[in-house]
Write a protein that binds this ligand. Structure first.
Ligand code: G3H
Ligand code: ZN
Length: 287
């Protein structure tokens, strides 16, 4: 059942667990995540980056495919279709395409401009029964081989964005996208606690969920994180399972080259990661 992400995330905040947001790239990704959610009775968020949206030939294709798949697979657990790190234009396109949730990543704008654009989107999202995530403090990561530490958001700026009426807030607390380098300093729980104090009940979102040690994930949830984004870990698992299949020569046995067979080990590997994360986040079985 396609829903916005508000209710599931508010329930997670109240129950001290977090909803898993898993990025999708194609039909296999979407199907694996939906089936895992249904099989385990777990609410889930499907994240779509602007790049993945383009790859899948546009947000309308993604929305139509996801809705048809929810229907075709008989998915009854709550599923939100969410734009991930959206530009302002991307947000407008996803509202139009029939997404149920969007993230406006205005973290690179001066705070005044971030506020102005977020305000506008709060109204549009409310008019369409959707949910809205905003971001303060850029999430670091690897870009062109240069690894930067995650930025820590300013709690005052978080409060300014939170009070505009967004539904949940992504705030940088030293988290980064992609694999964490060996010398990563870990999440800044002092920053997280200071932000929480300023924003009250507003649920927080933790990006860069790949490879964060379990104890840090649990501590972040205990301090108010109610949505955790995972992308790279599914990609790594998919690539590894596919590589193994090919290296074992399975693609040359029988009709092992048939894409439906070739892509299956990767799809199964995604299911395993998704279930593992749902368990770690405490959302397993919460539908
Ligand atoms: O928005 C997407 C996420 O923050 C995923 O981060 O690729 O490090 O798991 P990740
Ligand atoms: Zn992210």
């Amino acid at each position: 059942m396609l829903v916005n992400a508000k209710e599931m995330i508010n329930a997670a905040r109240d129950g001290k667990y977090a909803i898993g947001h898993f990025n999708i790239n194609n039909l296999e990704w979407t199907k694996s995540i939906l089936l895992t959610a249904q099989e385990t009775a777990t609410p889930v968020i499907l994240g779509v980056s602007e790049g993945a949206g383009k790859y899948m030939t546009g947000f309308k294709t993604v929305a139509d495919m996801t809705k048809a798949m929810i229907d075709g697979l008989g998915i009854t657990v709550p599923v939100a279709l969410h734009l991930d790190h959206g530009s302002y234009d991307g947000c407008l396109k996803c509202i139009e395409a029939g997404f149920s949730s969007i993230m406006f990543d205005g973290s690179h704008y001066p705070i005044e401009e971030n506020i102005e654009k977020t305000k506008d989107l709060v109204k549009r999202v409310a008019d369409n029964g959707m949910s809205l995530e905003a971001e303060v403090g850029a999430i670091g990561g690897e870009e062109d081989g240069i690894v930067s530490d995650g930025e820590c958001a300013d709690p005052e700026e978080c409060a300014k964005i939170a009070e505009l009426g967004v539904d949940f807030l992504a705030a940088g607390i030293g988290n980064i996208h992609g694999k964490y380098p060996a010398n990563w300093k870990g999440l800044s729980f002092d920053t997280l606690a200071a932000i929480k104090e300023k924003i009250g009940d507003m649920p927080l979102v933790l990006h860069g969920g790949t490879g964060i040690p379990e104890d840090q994930v649990k501590k972040a949830i205990s301090l108010g994180v109610a949505k955790i984004n995972v992308n790279t870990e599914c990609q790594l698992a998919f690539a590894e399972a596919t590589r193994k299949y090919i290296e074992a020569g399975k693609d040359q046995e029988g009709k092992g080259y048939d894409p439906r067979k070739l892509l299956n080990p990767g799809a199964e590997a995604i299911k395993e990661i998704v279930k593992e994360k749902m368990e770690l986040f405490g959302s397993l079985g919460k539908a």
